[in-house]
Write a protein that binds this ligand. Structure first.
Ligand code: GFB
Length: 312
């Protein structure tokens, strides 16, 4: 297994203010490397001229594409043009300019929603492009699939050491708690917290509660990303899952318990369920020697603590 040593390297973490980017910056604090970050006012990643000039000035050795236009099931279905355009532009610009400025290692982050709606479960990497996508997030999925293909094309044509990884549904510090655009877990934390403090008797959950989702704490993901930068240079994208899945109904009860909400759940069937299940097969990553360590019940308590700290 050819390894890449990040000691002393200049590592650009794009999207450093986001939940994933900030977890990666936290993870790199203990490493002897130079972490580079850029604010939106300095570099609009959708603008190739911005990206080119920032890279020629800052000369990163490693690039982590954690920047993305992300959101939950409702945001993805409401803003398809934003999701496909922003994510395609970010991938195209950062990957191409990384090649032009001879970046030594790049990792592109996608999502488990790249897989067909009815892929075999658990979903192996080979399922990619074998069937129709989940309609609510196909725009984002296509942009992320294009990112995978960009990395593969630059590896194939130019020998670039560009890899891509597909995390499962993430949660943790720095999450988005806006109820229209967020993912389910932060939405539940906020809904149950507000119901508790306002003494409401019930909380509305979207859909039927029957879909299954796999979750991973963002600190586990940050560890996996550093592990892959150092240990993986393969052509194929690689799944980063926890192997722990739960129904939305059970997740709701777990979050309610952590938050201390004692009321009832109501299910709003006018809201979409999305894909029925998207448990990934992460055996390739596990076989390389990496496993997550944060169990969902502990992870939710940690996420709730970080939610309370931003309420204060
Ligand atoms: O997390 P979520 O928005 O995204 O929804 P996906 C997961 C499930 O939770 C769906 C249900 O079945 C939702 O109907 N749900 C229940 C809720 N209550 C709520 C709520 O209050 N808010 C939200 N947001 N969901 C996303 C993709 O799909 O997965 C993204 O759209 C990305 O592109 C992300 O890939 C990882 O898991 O369905």
């Amino acid at each position: 297994m050819n390894t890449y040593d990040i000691q002393g390297k200049r590592i650009w973490v794009t999207g450093h203010r986001g939940m994933v980017g900030s977890a990666i910056v936290r993870r790199l604090e203990s490493q002897n490397c130079v972490v580079l970050t850029s604010s939106r006012s300095e570099v609009d990643l959708r603008n190739s001229v911005d990206v080119k000039s920032w890279m020629s000035f800052n000369k990163p050795d490693v690039v982590i594409i954690a920047a993305a236009k992300v959101g939950g099931i409702l945001a993805n279905s409401l803003y398809p043009a934003d999701f496909i355009y922003d994510n395609l532009a970010i991938a195209t610009n950062v990957i191409h300019e990384s090649y032009k400025s001879q970046v030594e290692k790049l990792i592109f982050l996608g999502s488990s929603c790249i897989y067909p709606k009815f892929a075999p479960q658990p979903i192996p990497e080979a399922s990619l492009l074998t069937g129709p996508l989940e309609p609510t997030n196909e725009w984002y999925a296509i942009a992320k699939i294009a990112g995978i293909k960009l990395c593969q094309a630059y590896a194939k044509q130019h020998g670039a050491n560009f890899i891509s990884a597909m995390p499962t549904n993430l949660y943790g510090p720095g999450d988005n708690y806006n109820l229209e655009t967020s993912h389910v877990l932060p939405a539940l934390i906020r809904k149950f917290h507000e119901a508790k403090v306002n003494d409401h008797q019930s909380v509305t959950i979207w859909g039927t509660g029957t879909p299954l989702r796999e979750f991973m704490h963002v600190d586990d993901l940050a560890n996996a990303i550093v592990f892959l930068i150092e240990k993986y240079s393969g052509y194929e994208h690689i799944n980063i899952g926890s192997g722990e899945e739960i129904t939305i109904d059970k997740l709701s009860k777990l979050v309610a318990e952590v938050v201390g909400f004692k009321g009832s759940l109501e299910f709003d069937r006018t809201k979409p369920d999305g894909t029925p299940r998207k448990l990934m097969d992460s055996s390739r990553l596990n076989a390389m020697g990496w496993k997550p360590s944060i169990k969902i019940s502990n992870g939710i308590s940690d996420a709730y603590k970080s939610f309370l700290s931003i309420q204060a």
